[in-house]
Design a protein around this ligand. Sequence first.
Ligand code: PMP
Length: 400
Amino acid sequence: MKKIYSETAKTKRSKEVYMDNAATTPLDEGVLNTMLPFLKRDFGNGASLHTWGRTAGRAIEVARKQVAKKIGADKDEIYFTSGATEANNWILNAYKDKGKIVVSRIEHPSIIETCQAFEKEGIEVEYIDVDEYGQVQLGELEKTLKTGVALVSIMMANNEVGTIQPIAQIAELCKQYKVPFHTDATQAVGKMEVNVKKLGIDALSFSSHKLFGPKGAGALYVRKELLGLVKRKDAAPLVNFPAFIRGGFQETGLRGGTQNTAAIVGFGTATEIDHQPEYVRELRDYMIQRIENEIPNAFLNGPRTKRLCNNVNFSFKSIEGESILIMLDFAGIAVSTGSACSSVNLEPSYVLFAMGVDVELSMGSVRFTLSKHNTREEVDYVVNELKIIVEKLRAMSPLE
Ligand code: PMP
């Protein structure tokens, strides 16, 4: 069989520091071990009635319980998908024919791009502004809610600058106007408490591979009342919740297709991992402090508090973020500019633009996203390398 090319396996670096955990996380060894039987002996199709099938089916239901528990939902409110992109597409599509859709300007591309495609079809979408820290303007949201809205979708925490939104307040506002509220919690789960019942969330998306789980598994939570399974007077209007992928009766017929048993099992196990947010927050603050104290003209993007515990995002004046990224990569350090999903696109970040960051500065932004696997020594190594790189690039920069 042909060998798959792997650059990292070929180039043995003396030092490797991974600080791109918002893009994806490494697979946890314990998670992998729970997945392996379903790639080998227990390969059955979860929909089959024989022993092999029932074994896979049972494992999927255990994972559903684990995933539901992680966000305070009930098991029958969880629908497995291929990831958060699919979950986001699903919820938006479920409401696209029901009226105006309201999102923030700094949503992930899986929301923004979908909304832009809807607009081309003539569907009304409103984009709520954010302030200089990426916080959604609640006054603007309330004004919009008075105009008749089908769905509000506002992310719990931003993938680029780490801004955490006042989700309970947004949910409360939506409830007042009887508008269903969806949140993309892909970056938030694991790093802060996420409880759909306490926060009053109607629908939520998240993904396994941001949680030390495998790629290719995610979930859409949909509150029972929204599905029309339970009727309640104060609930948002009932919709006939549509299937996203039609096919077999998997995911109660709402998302057909043979389930990715191993990935779903891994996702379930991954929800039980402790991300040590307090430890990561300390590392984050140490890194921010060192960069601010030691690198001139470095500006923190996003808020200081109400910020994801693992996010450090700086703009370095007079340099392009991509140049920094490439030189850090030579030093064995993985980071990203803006969001990984748009890193092939050298346009300034739309998130920073919405926050009013100067275009030149936004081109010089670099995102470091930490995890519990990073150490203080690694932070020291990265900041020391960064200092040298920034100085070198500035010496060569025509912008200086
Ligand atoms: N939403 C946010 C906020 C994200 O950060 C990401 C991943 N970059 C996604 C959605 C998409 O997740 P997935 O890779 O599981 O499709």
